[in-house]
Design a protein around this ligand. Structure first.
Ligand code: GUN
Length: 281
């Protein structure tokens, strides 16, 4: 039997309705939530991502500012902009789109963002708070994945969760959130021997590697929840994830499509984090 789809667009719509309500309530108190998005350089993929983030703000009653800079911007200039946004009372969230050009130290840039405006949750202070179980901001993609599990009432406590990918943006914070929800968590990385041995144990399988078809149907436990964070192009230029969707869906119990799965949830949780930041002011 074919897996049930977890529809990220539908779930996003429901969550965004709540975001819009909270944004309106804040605006009525003279505290319209505001997000600043900074893009350095002209990567076509990043341009699409930031445009979608800003549009989602506009559609849901948040104030948003998109600052676009040439790839030649210096690190000092970028740090000065962040400093100004840190001081700006109309801005509750600051997001610097990654990756940055090679001459800019992204760690230094992330650490320059005031932790209480770090809606990506990437600042070391926020990573530490997440690690110790008292998160201020949950990184958007892993937060969205947890909402997807919640939407199907999946019993995460005691489940075997396997996260494929160990990035600071997805894999590591995802593992922390699953662990805190009571799962037994395995984190696999690009050096993992016999990846399938691990993935076949997974009741919950989260795949975030950026490698198309890294997870095939034979690597999925029958009935598992398969969450595909990948965003790749196939040979025909069509968007696809990291999981061989057509075959894995015949084995899994639930599966997320690409597009229309995790992608919209990431943006939705960015809105939620910005609202949470504004509600704390
Ligand atoms: N680049 C890819 N994903 C992300 C993200 O979640 N936040 C930022 N700032 N940059 C990214």
């Amino acid at each position: 039997m074919s897996a049930q789809l977890i529809d990220g667009n539908l779930l996003s719509q429901q969550l965004r309705a709540d975001v819009a309500k909270r944004a309106a309530a804040l605006t009525a108190q003279g505290k319209q939530p505001g997000l600043a998005v900074i893009l350095v350089g002209d990567s076509p993929a990043s341009q699409v991502y930031v445009r979608n983030k800003v549009k989602a703000c506009q559609d849901n009653g948040l104030h948003s500012v998109l600052e676009k800079y040439e790839a030649t911007m210096t690190e000092a200039e970028l740090l000065a902009r962040i400093d100004a946004l840190n001081q700006d009372p109309k801005i509750n969230g600051i997001l610097v789109q990654l990756p940055l050009p090679a001459h800019i130290d992204s760690h230094k840039v992330i650490e320059a963002i005031a932790p209480e405006k770090d809606v990506d949750g990437f600042h070391v202070s926020n990573a530490g708070l997440l690690m110790t179980g008292q998160p201020l901001f949950r990184p958007c993609t892993p937060y969205g994945v947890m909402k997807m599990l919640e939407s199907i009432d999946y019993p995460v406590r005691g489940a075997n969760a396997v996260v494929v990918g160990a990035s600071n943006i997805v894999g590591k914070p995802q593992a922390m959130l699953l662990l805190q929800a009571g799962a037994t968590v395995t984190i696999c990385n690009s050096k993992t021997r016999d990846l399938g041995h691990h993935t076949r144990q997974a009741d919950i399988l989260v795949v975030a590697t950026g490698k198309r078809n890294i997870v095939t149907a034979d690597m999925v436990k029958p009935g598992a929840v398969v969450i595909d964070v990948g965003m790749n192009r196939d040979d025909n230029g069509k968007l696809c994830g990291d999981v061989d969707f057509a075959n894995a869906r015949e084995v899994a119990g639930w599966i997320t499509p690409v597009p229309g799965g995790v992608g919209p949830m990431t943006i939705t949780m960015l809105l939620v984090n910005t609202i949470e930041a504004a509600e704390r002011t």
